[in-house]
Design a protein. Structure first.
Length: 464
């Protein structure tokens, strides 16, 4: 294609040079005839030029040169004394660029000139002198439209050749690619079969090319894997039996927790009565011990309650809910907690976001846990930002971002574990319940934290 472009520009230059040569030849013929007319014309040389039949014949003969548009003799004012088109004699002629100047601008400028919409006209000029003074000039016009038609005719075989060469080379390239890439396809197929668990997978590659060594290595690895698998005797896993055992263990754990809950409640009630009794008898030391025991019993009760909530099957009441309504529902509690800790609260939840399908109560509790945890992580004040936006894969991203003390890197992979907490007096249940709630809604929960700069939780929930 590059060579064709170069060929086109060279051809255009050659055609214009050829047209210039023909125009120069015609201009010289007109010049010699005009000189003879002027020498014999006396004082009225201009009229003699316009009336000379021989000169008119030469001008009219210019139409037989297909590259030339016209030929004329004009006076110093640009008025046509004689013209190849007799109807234009006596009219003022427009001035066009000189052909020699156009040829000197380079091939790219020449191509643009030739293929300009509507075409262009360039002129070849020869001055006419009388007693050393110029009294007119000979002007021969060269039309690019005529040159373009000639170029198109000459370029057509070249374009056909280019298209044939590109098509042929593409076909050859496809065939070569199939031949050269076949060993890669064979090896990839073998790897896929190994991945599906087939034994004794071997690939057959030619032994005289660059892939032979790779094929031998693959066959050796496959044979080794097959040998290792044949010596191993894995025990089949009964999935249904495992699920039954897991369900039984879960029910047993829930039963134990429930049985512990009732005595704990009774013990707490009696400890409260005992504390009142010691208070009435002014035995402060005994009352303090009873208060400690009661506090620990309540803490144990919270642990049991959290365990029951975590393992108890949940019946989701799914509704189509606007994200803004979820955040607005928890704002009064969050604002009170933020004011208590001198935390600046920012809400960025557009109302035009797509809805999500969630259990409204469970999701509100999850967001509330995150927001309150964030406020408590900023005892000296800070900024809490609750935001929502659309995410990839038709999901909604809800963000809870704080500027608190952050989470140490060694704790990041444990914060969603049940009962794990670094907060004094914390139960270690809140984040576990948040994680479980997001999982129940087929969502994802991500956390990023930098100690000393803050923590960001992102909930990714599918759109309704």
């Amino acid at each position: 294609m590059v060579l064709s472009g170069y060929y086109l520009s060279s051809l255009a230059q050659a055609r214009l040079e050829e047209s210039q040569a023909i125009g120069d030849l015609l201009a010289k013929a007109i010049f010699h005839r005009a000189q003879a007319v002027v020498r014999g014309g006396g004082e009225d040389s201009v009229s003699a030029l316009g009336a000379d039949d021989g000169l008119r014949s030469i001008l009219e003969a210019s139409v037989y040169a297909k590259q030339l548009a016209y030929a004329a003799i004009v006076d110093t004012d640009g008025t046509a004394i004689a013209h190849s088109d007799s109807s234009l004699s006596g009219l003022t002629m427009p001035i066009y660029d000189d052909a020699a100047t156009v040829l000197g601008r380079g091939q790219i400028a020449l191509i643009r000139a030739v293929y300009t919409p509507g075409g262009k006209i360039f002129e070849i000029r020869e001055p006419l002198l009388l007693d050393g003074k110029e009294f007119g000039s000979i002007r021969v016009g060269v039309s690019t439209l005529l040159i373009r038609a000639d170029l198109d005719r000459n370029l057509q075989p070249t374009l056909i050749a280019v298209i044939a060469i590109v098509a042929g080379s593409s076909v050859i390239a496809l065939l070569l690619a199939q031949v050269l890439l076949r060993p890669i396809h064979v090896i990839r197929s073998g790897i896929s079969r190994l991945g599906r668990g087939e034994f004794g997978v071997m690939v057959d590659l030619p032994r005289d090319d660059e892939f032979a060594e790779l094929g031998q290595f693959f066959n050796a690895v496959s044979a080794r894997l097959s040998a290792d698998r044949s010596h191993a005797s894995p025990q089949p896993i009964d999935t249904e039996d495992a699920l039954k055992k897991l369900t039984a263990v879960t029910r047993l754990s829930a039963g134990i927790a429930h049985e512990l809950k009732n005595p704990l409640n009774a013990a707490v009630i009696h400890l409260e009565l005992l504390k009142q009794h010691f208070a009435e008898n002014a035995d402060s030391s005994a009352a303090d011990h009873v208060a400690v025991i009661a506090a620990q019993m309540r803490r144990l009760d919270e642990v049991v309650q959290g365990f029951l909530r975590f393992i108890r099957p949940e019946n989701l009441r799914l509704d189509v809910v606007p994200v803004a309504s979820l955040v607005e529902a928890i704002l009064p509690i969050v604002k009170a907690e933020a004011d208590h800790h001198r935390v600046q609260l920012e809400i960025d939840v557009p109302r035009e976001l797509p809805d999500i399908r969630v259990d409204s109560a469970m999701m509100q509790q999850a967001l509330l846990n995150l927001a309150i945890n964030a406020c408590q992580a900023m005892p000296d004040g800070g900024r809490l930002r609750l935001a929502a936006a659309t995410a990839s894969q038709q999901r909604i991203e809800i963000t809870c971002e704080d500027t608190g003390h952050g989470i140490p890197p060694e704790h990041l992979d444990q914060i969603f574990n049940l009962y794990f907490t670094t907060k004094e007096g914390g139960s270690g249940i809140g984040l576990s319940m948040v994680y479980r709630t997001v999982q129940l809604h087929d969502g994802e929960l991500e956390v990023q934290s930098t100690p000393g700069r803050g923590t960001t939780f992102r909930l990714l929930l599918p759109q309704a």
